[in-house]
Design a protein around this ligand. Structure first.
Ligand code: G4F
Length: 326
């Protein structure tokens, strides 16, 4: 049975991936940062299960910008597979903190590649790239051959990391894969991403805990899928005989406005009475026509998303109603 190491185990994708790997019989080691506020709620159910934690799931303190700590964990765990999910993933925020975004996302990935290269038995690497590397693409939908043209610091950092993964695969023969992922959400999404923000606000308004919702560009369109669907492909990619890059996407575009309408309808509310635009939430630059073509993932991995956009937003809204009512 494989031993997997996950950076970013406490995040949305990290938590779903941990559940999946445990189901597959893997031993899972997670890297966590030492912070004053312990935010492990997404894996609490696993951490507090004595049949799992300390037996098939282990957590280790290390930091991407402190290579010694990470190297120590790598040597101790000797993983077969590494899922490198840690990093600053908020596009809007990357305009405010471009240097630390690049430090974590770009240089953090390069450092990890260097460490893997030095291991006596190099582990397989999964790198979560992003549709943000395409930024303002000339073709839509995009696939694995679409040129990179990022329009924000986050996309630029991801483009660097994605290309480095390909270089280390070609040059040093590492089993290193990029998943070029479009937006993927769930009830475990961070609260500052637009899907969660809207679903949470609709539920809070329904429960009388909030009166209005301020949004940026509601005409913005994205290819939104479910995180649970996407993590299946993470694992499948590392089980292939050959390392490669894959686009993971639904191939369908929806607008922020579509999320508003589904979430408010799920709560039995009229969005017109509560949703307002706030110019301060508009971004300096928006990517255009980000729509993915996941034909290669379907052909090679047999992967296809199973959860529809409507089912995703309804699930997220119901989860917020439950969470806020308790
Ligand atoms: O939910 P978002 O913040 O996600 P965004 O920027 O598309 O990035 C996510 O998906 C990428 C993959 O394509 C990942 F690489 C990245 O790490 C992250 O997971 O915003 C979605 C859209 C944007 O166009 C944004 O301008 O919603 C628009 N939006 C409108 N009002 C808003 C708001 N976004 C946020 N966060 N908050 C608003 O009030």
């Amino acid at each position: 049975m494989n031993t997997a190491l996950i950076t970013g185990i406490t995040g949305q994708d990290g938590s779903y991936l941990t559940e999946l790997l445990l189901e597959h019989g893997c031993t899972v080691h997670g890297v966590v940062r030492r912070t004053s506020a312990l935010s492990r709620s997404r894996i609490d159910h696993l951490y507090s299960d004595p049949a799992i934690y300390g037996k098939r799931l282990f957590l280790h303190y290390a930091d991407l910008d402190d290579p010694t700590t990470l190297r120590r964990v790598l040597n101790k765990v000797a993983p077969d597979e590494i899922y490198h999910l840690a990093g600053q993933s908020h596009v809007g925020l990357s305009f405010e903190i471009p240097e630390s975004t690049c430090e974590m996302t770009a240089m953090g990935t390069l450092r990890l590649l260097e460490m893997i290269r030095d291991l006596p038995r190099p582990a397989k690497l999964f790198h979560p790239s992003s549709s943000e590397i395409f930024g303002a693409p000339e073709q839509s939908p995009q696939d694995e051959g679409t040129p990179f043209k990022p329009v924000n610091p986050y996309g630029c950092a991801k483009a660097f990391a994605t290309q480095m993964v390909a270089i280390y695969r070609q040059t040093f023969g590492l089993f290193a894969c990029n998943a070029i992922m479009y937006n993927h959400e769930s009830p475990r999404r961070g609260e500052n991403f637009v899907t969660r923000k809207i679903c949470r606000a609709a539920a809070a308004i329904k429960l009388g805990q909030q009166s209005e919702l301020m949004l940026g560009d509601t005409s913005a369109r994205r290819d939104w899928g479910h995180s649970r669907d996407y993590v299946r492909a993470f694992w499948q990619m590392l089980q292939q005989p050959k390392a490669d890059d894959y686009v993971l996407a639904t191939g369908q575009l929806h607008s922020v406005q579509d999320i508003v309408e589904i979430a408010f309808t799920t709560c039995g509310l009229d969005w017109r009475q509560h949703v307002k635009q706030d110019a301060r939430l508009l971004r300096p630059a928006e990517p255009q026509r980000l729509l993915g073509n996941a034909a290669k993932a379907k052909r090679v991995l047999g992967w296809e998303p199973q959860i529809s956009f409507r089912a995703l937003i309804e699930e997220m809204t119901r989860a917020e109603l439950e969470r806020l009512a308790s």
